[in-house]
Write a protein that binds this ligand. Sequence first.
Ligand SMILES: Cc1cc2nc3c(=O)[nH]c(=O)nc-3n(C[C@H](O)[C@H](O)[C@H](O)COP(=O)(O)OP(=O)(O)OC[C@H]3O[C@@H](n4cnc5c(N)ncnc54)[C@H](O)[C@@H]3O)c2cc1C
Length: 444
Amino acid sequence: MAVSLISTLSEVVATVSDPEIVSSFTTDWTGRFTGHADVVVKPESTNQVVEVVSACAAFGAKIQIQGGNTGLVGGSIPPTKSGHKVCLVSTKSLTTILDFDEISGYLTVGAGTTLGQVQELVRAKGWDFAVDLAARDSATIGGLVSTNAGGIRVCAFGMTRRSTVGIEMVLADGQVLSNISSPLKDNTGYSVADIAIGAEGTLGIITAVKLKLIRPVSETTLFLVPAQSMDGALELLTKVQSTGHQLLAAEYVDAVTMQLILEQSNLRPLWREIPMLTLLFEVAGENVNLNFPQDSLGSSELAEKRNYWQYREIASDTWTALGKVHKLDVSVAVSDIAEFEISLQNLLSTFKGIETFGSFGHLADGNLHIEFVGPAIDDFAADYAILKLVAEFNGSISAEHGIGRAKREYLSLTRSRLDIEIGKQIKSIFDPTGLFNSGVLYVD
Ligand SMILES: Cc1cc2nc3c(=O)[nH]c(=O)nc-3n(C[C@H](O)[C@H](O)[C@H](O)COP(=O)(O)OP(=O)(O)OC[C@H]3O[C@@H](n4cnc5c(N)ncnc54)[C@H](O)[C@@H]3O)c2cc1C
């Protein structure tokens, strides 16, 4: 049967079945998730995706969808074992630029176009795309939409949902659902395609996305500010917000993470001693003066700003370099972040087996990326304890990375039974046979 599936696929699409090459697609960015696929296909058009879906459905194979494979919760990796053949659909060749309305600022691209490619394309024409994140050169637009990615500009422009105005998606029966040609004002009932935003590939394969662009904020001032507590950081955040300058980013890196960054990179220490928190604020306007403490650093120079950003952007990869690190991405109300952080410190500093822990994240969104090493990679006791703490604070167990395979068992901590039940019904309407991303988001 495998030969028939692969030969059928080979007739319609670029197909890879060499186990060594296939295995290069089945480990995630962090090395924490590994799975098994029998074949990888790289469709270049929506029609080819339709052919792939139809062939897999006919042969009873499952489909694992993968974009840039930068997701951090294992959602882009197939399961280790399944009773079915698994076809990994790499969307990376879906890169056609379908339409660029340079007057109104709408761009329609193939789902495999990377964020970096979109940025380059639109910036050359005086536009910008509102979502930005460190994995920009690999992460695809389809991946961004499927995870409703956040990133460093959420406090100014919202998450990917706010910039997504149309989606084309191939469904399990091979039909193509699309609203990319709909007029912008269209209040004619449910916006069915929008449900694919944040669905983590469980409803279908997104083949094209229509994006709403923004005008770039070209003049900005970036500050690096030391703080000795989360309360102090929040005071500074409130101060920046009350100046009336448009806030483009408000990030933090804790002392443990900064120590690792300095050890592993060529970046120079910013101050004689690493502060408890290094804050990064970017506001619109050139050479803005916000009267930060004297030892703060600020610049409107492009090269210097790029250098400053590195102290935040390499944080995730710095932890990843330690080995198989535990990674959580949680959020609480901004007003609770200081109290949450103290409870987290208390929890992790006494938790058996934890050797090192730290965090960094998006201060203005109450979003903490918590990382720790020590427990075996399949020992989730500390992860669970943290997520329970998050639930006690009425937070979210996934602020922006999604649920994937990593957190599906914990979904009920912060989502109600009714919510999960309705979600599963939606999945069964779109994908009654469980063709797509089996075991992602919900346990099968
Ligand atoms: C260094 C680094 C920094 C990061 N920073 C951030 C950050 O600041 N904010 C943030 O939100 N995330 C961040 N991420 C996580 C990641 O970049 C995002 O989740 C991104 O949106 C994933 O895009 P991708 O193309 O790599 O998707 P993948 O990892 O390939 O897939 C992610 C999920 O989307 C599904 N999917 C992908 N493409 C499609 C498609 N066309 N149709 C249907 N389903 C699809 C997959 O099946 C999977 O479930 C970071 C990752 C790294 C490595």
